[in-house]
Ligand binder design. Sequence first.
Ligand SMILES: Cc1cc2nc3c(=O)[nH]c(=O)nc-3n(C[C@H](O)[C@H](O)[C@H](O)COP(=O)(O)OP(=O)(O)OC[C@H]3O[C@@H](n4cnc5c(N)ncnc54)[C@H](O)[C@@H]3O)c2cc1C
Length: 483
Amino acid sequence: MSLMTGEEYIESIRKIKMEIYMFGEKIENPVDHPILRPSLNSVRMTYDLAQDSQYAELMTTKSPFTGNTINRFTHIHQSTEDLKNKVKMQRLCGQKTASCFQRCVGMDAFNAEYSTTFEIDKKYGTKYHENFKKFMMYCQENDLTVDGAMTDPKGDRSKAPHAQEDPDLYLRVVERRPDGIIVRGAKAHQTGIINSHEVIVMPTISMGPDDKDYAVSFAVPTDTEGLLMIIGRQSCDTRKLEESELDVGNSEFGGVEALVIFEDVFVPNERIFMDGETEFAGVLVERFAGYHRQSYGGCKVGVGDVLIGAAAVIAEYNGAEKASAVKDKLIEMTHLNETLYCCGIACSTEGKATESGAYLIDLLLANVCKQNITRFPYEIVRLAEDIAGGLMVTAPSEKDFRDPKLGAYIDKYFKGVSGVSTENRFRILRLIENLALGSAAVGYRTESMHGAGSPQAQRIMIARQGKLAFKKKLAKEIAHVTE
Ligand SMILES: Cc1cc2nc3c(=O)[nH]c(=O)nc-3n(C[C@H](O)[C@H](O)[C@H](O)COP(=O)(O)OP(=O)(O)OC[C@H]3O[C@@H](n4cnc5c(N)ncnc54)[C@H](O)[C@@H]3O)c2cc1C
């Protein structure tokens, strides 16, 4: 099958009957739901851009397995060029949606699974790599969107999976059958699960021998029996029900997360990628997290581009764009954003082939990338709010603006420079509000903090990869220290 068009993607998701809940109700038609539709549109962009001749070279590539043209989101990286193109593609998607476009978790899970299953099979003679390759090629050929499910609810953070009071707080195997396994548990904060055809499940932390039942990885379709999704709330989400595209700020695009319950779900043998090989749980986590930390050096930068643009436009609309302090703030925002991009490109350029042949990013640099991501978008947002002025949070509603009596006052008193309508000023302010405090802030701010692991997770990796002993030796040599 060839690449799907955006419309074909939407219709393919419509056909999947997932069990989705929001505000205490079962959502029978998530595709057309006003709160959920923007998130579907963001994923759709990954299909639309692949069809656009201007972007096709970046968005698509040839599968080394089938020789067919595939969407880069389903690709296994074959070179450092591929790794760099991934970051560039993500920046583009961020620029076009100003939100989380969700499809990268699956891509990062793909690449982590590819090399890890290869290494498990080498050690144990298992068939996980073959299973995974078959699944991966099925996704490539059908141009599917795949959710990457790593984060368990985790209960008491000081306890290992097997030591939790409730054994289901980490997803686990509860039964092994000749034809497959039964799993129970949950995955929290699942980005784009309701817009995905399949979900890849991975363990969330390194594990010891006592956690054997928790060291499990597999893939199932999102309408598998026993899968249930509860949508997470986003700030300002019900504005999307008000039929005011102006008040939403970014009415077309958005992200979505859900708590996903696995209530005794059957996984057939051919869809299992790890079952009990505890020493490889940490390898899979480290690689998935590494790829995902690289990802943020693309996607958040693309969203940052939109925010910087919005700040520059509002400065112009306010008549402040020539002030040197404003110019300097825009320079600072650009400097921070491009620093993040440098990190994404650097960890890609320094990538190396794994034993499987697939390319892995430089893990130290990918962790530095994500550590910066936990900080710089906050500073970029702070500067955008500074430039925007208070109206970004005190502007009246579109309903008031459209009211003949109130609208006249609003139009008069909230006008900026001449030649720019008050409505356009409001549009840009609402976009900044959306990115700073509204539903896109989930993706731009808190996801920057916790997505792909909280800041401390990167610091642990930086400590491990930082070659401190080597650096101490350098210092002693220069200082002629003899011990
Ligand atoms: C918007 C968004 C989208 C996401 N999308 C996905 C997704 O698609 N797929 C997915 O699998 N996950 C996803 N995540 C989950 C993300 O990876 C986690 O939020 C992250 O790993 C942190 O886990 P947590 O939220 O449970 O916080 P916690 O682990 O509870 O961390 C909270 C704080 O406690 C500290 N802490 C935690 N444990 C310990 C300990 N043992 N000792 C000392 N300190 C500790 C942490 O360092 C942190 O400061 C997403 C998260 C967000 C916010």
